[in-house]
Design a protein around this ligand. Structure first.
Ligand code: NAD
Length: 428
């Protein structure tokens, strides 16, 4: 067991410090970049459906906006902590920088469990969240988006509240909106597809024919569902996905050696990404313990659920056949696990590069919303592929040239870009 409780922000700072040393960053710029520029902590009081009142805790963290307005999702999660939000905000800064889009990093959250909230209660939380930070966010300051357990409907409630308060129509205030309401075609599949664009490129580098490879996924929410789909279109065989079971309060791995069918599984998955295990059993899936996904005899592992999933405890169980890990989730791998993965020579596509497809498409959505001109799906996906592929190639080239770990190479590019923006602005 890893002894200390996991703290995502400590991990994000440690990752940063390691690369700051390698880059020889000065003390002022270090201090600026290893902490958020601003953060807002507030309470959101709600009248519940039964007439009682409940108070929820909300956050918005703006890590850095030297390269452009902050950008980042809002999570609804019962175990949300401000340190997780800080880490995620910081990773957003690096994510936007590594794929070279003109945005900074932010993240928000509410400590709540949407499983136990009606739609009306969730709407009240969305509107209450916006009221608390309406003056500090907006199209030119900080642009929110969906994240774990939030989706397009939440974004529209938030947009509507913001527009009521500010008076006017500001579709560029928030992204992840439904298509037809200022949303971009391709946003739903953008993160999962972006994960697979980088996997496709990594496999080329590794000399693997993607159509002959197999993969195991953790998570079956927005990211994993579309990553599995595109992987199948490329000819790969996904043998399992793991997801959380709300009723049993544990996770399960759903495995079928001949390959899982994402469309079939989506038919028995709820809106939180939980698969019905009785129905899965009757469709011929083995239902295994949650951790089984990581031990599979496959070429590719895709953690696409939550942070802190590949740890010093389970990383030694990664099968010797695994050649590539693509981090669909944010912060899935701990520093101890990183050492093991690196030591074994497994090629890693780091989270803030691998899952940057979401924010890249959000940026396209912002551009479309601000200009009130909407693009076709082919244009969105080809620009997304171009951005992800260019980002991947730059990182991989630097890793080779400097003989450093992929994660360090990605950090070097991102941190250098943000540090340079701070320097040009005369901040440090
Ligand atoms: P989601 O809420 O749609 O799905 C999460 C999935 O993870 C669900 O299938 C859930 O059952 C599963 N899960 C949760 N806890 C688990 C556990 N302990 N073990 C196994 N499975 C578990 O979320 P998402 O949007 O797919 O996001 C997944 C990850 O990707 C998060 O780390 C998120 O921050 C990151 N991410 C998402 C986007 C995006 O556009 N959605 C963009 C970048 C990064």
């Amino acid at each position: 067991m890893d002894k200390k409780p996991f703290n995502a922000f400590e991990m994000a700072q440690k990752q940063f410090d390691g690369v700051a040393d390698q880059l020889g960053l000065g003390s002022a710029v270090r201090e600026l970049l290893r902490n958020p520029l601003r953060e807002y902590h507030f309470l959101v009081p709600i009248r519940m459906d039964d007439g009682s009142y409940q108070v929820f805790k909300g956050f918005r963290v703006q890590h850095n906006d030297a390269r452009g307005p902050c950008k980042g999702g809002i999570r609804f999660h019962p175990h949300e902590t401000v340190d997780t939000v800080r880490a995620l905000a910081m990773w957003m800064t690096w994510k936007c920088a590594v794929v070279d889009i003109p945005l900074g990093g932010g993240k928000g959250g509410v400590i709540c469990d949407p499983h136990n909230l009606s739609d009306r209660e969730q709407e009240a939380i969305c509107r209450g969240w916006v009221r608390q930070v309406a003056l500090n966010i907006g199209p030119v300051q900080d642009v929110p988006a969906p994240d774990v357990m939030t989706h397009g409907q939440h974004m529209i409630w938030m947009l509507d509240e913001f527009e009521r308060l500010r008076g006017g129509r500001f579709p560029g205030f928030i992204t992840g909106k439904p298509v037809g309401m200022g949303g971009s075609l391709g946003r739903t599949e953008a993160t999962g597809s972006g994960v697979m664009y980088t996997v496709r490129e990594a496999m080329k580098e590794l000399g693997l024919d993607i159509a002959r490879t197999t993969a195991a996924f953790q998570g079956f929410g927005n990211v994993a569902q579309y990553a599995v789909r595109l992987y199948r279109q490329y000819g790969g065989t996904a043998v399992c996905v793991a997801c959380w079971d709300q009723k049993d309060q544990t996770s399960y791995t759903f495995r079928r050696g001949s390959g899982i069918d994402p469309d079939e599984l989506m038919g028995i998955t709820d809106k939180f990404g939980s698969i019905d295990k009785e129905k899965a059993g009757s469709l011929g899936y083995e239902v295994l313990p949650g951790e089984a996904w990581i031990e599979q005899d496959v070429d590719l592992l895709v953690p696409a659920a939550l942070e802190n999933q590949v740890t010093g405890t389970n990383a030694p169980k990664i099968h010797k056949r695994v050649k590539l890990i693509a981090e669909g989730a944010n912060g899935p791998t701990t520093i101890e696990a990183d050492k093991i993965i690196r030591g074994r020579g497994i090629f890693l596509i780091p989270d803030f590069l691998c899952n940057a497809g979401g924010v890249t498409c959000s940026y396209f959505e912002q551009v479309q919303s601000n200009t009130n001109h909407y693009w076709g799906l082919t244009e969105v996906l080809s620009q997304l592929d171009f951005k992800m592929t260019s980002g991947f190639k730059a990182v991989s080239e630097l890793a080779r040239k400097k003989n450093v770990y992929q994660r360090d190479a990605a950090y070097m590019i991102a941190i250098s870009r943000v540090a340079e923006a701070c320097r040009l602005r005369g901040w440090v």
